[in-house]
Write a protein that binds this ligand. Structure first.
Ligand SMILES: C[S@@+](CC[C@H](N)C(=O)[O-])C[C@H]1O[C@@H](n2cnc3c(N)ncnc32)[C@H](O)[C@@H]1O
Length: 189
């Protein structure tokens, strides 16, 4: 999914519901130390772990913002945003994805990774899988929260991939249209 975001060195990338920062290493590989990672999460405890994670790796280009994803203000120079197992656990996801898409500058991408109700599985097997994931707070109702469906409807050029027998998906959509263009960073050069 991260490969499909079109990121280059020096870019700004947003991690929505970043948790403890599990995506930061992969994002760092794309944007480099001259880029920037902005992580949003509602939990100060998770952000403290993310800050520690960044410090241990010596990443000085990580900014962490404590915020409800429903209220985030995206940086105008963002090249892409990701959310992994984040937007698919929040209520009212349709409104939230719509708000995020409205703020995304033209040409930027939104990458989503989440779980979904797998087609053709017997009910007991789905319940067993949810039980196995209970340490991650997975509940059955989360499987029907589908930020990817909203993103595919209101953004363009959707790429998606289902994996692990259809339990998980990733999708990347690109914003075309009339939104604000990306603001290029003033490097001072
Ligand atoms: C399952 S964890 C995923 C963390 C990370 N994205 C990952 O893949 O490891 C979900 C994260 O979403 C955060 N979260 C839940 N509701 C949120 C909200 N309304 N706004 C912002 N963050 C939220 C939680 O605090 C938690 O860190």
């Amino acid at each position: 999914m991260i490969d499909a975001l079109g990121l280059s060195r020096g870019d700004t990338v947003v991690d929505l519901c970043c948790g403890s920062g599990q995506n930061f290493a992969d994002l760092q590989r794309k944007v480099g130390s001259e880029g920037r990672i902005v992580g949003f999460d509602i939990s100060s405890q998770m952000l403290a772990i993310a800050a520690d994670h960044a410090e241990r790796h010596g990443w000085r280009n990580v900014e962490l913002v404590e915020a409800d994803v429903a209220d985030v203000v995206l940086p105008p120079d963002m090249r892409a945003a990701v959310s992994t197992f984040g937007l698919d656990i929040v209520p009212d996801v349709e409104r939230i994805v719509t708000q995020i898409a409205a703020q995304m500058p033209t040409g930027t991408r939104l990458g989503l990774l989440g779980s979904q109700e797998p087609g053709g599985w017997p009910d007991w097997l789905v319940r067993f899988g949810i039980w196995l994931n209970s340490a991650c707070d997975t509940e059955r109702e989360h499987l029907s929260i589908r930020p990817d469906a909203t993103a595919a409807r209101i953004l363009d050029e959707a790429t998606r991939h289902d994996f692990w027998w259809g339990i998980f998906y990733w999708s990347v959509c690109r914003k075309k249209g009339d939104g604000p263009a990306i603001t290029t960073k003033d490097t001072g050069a």
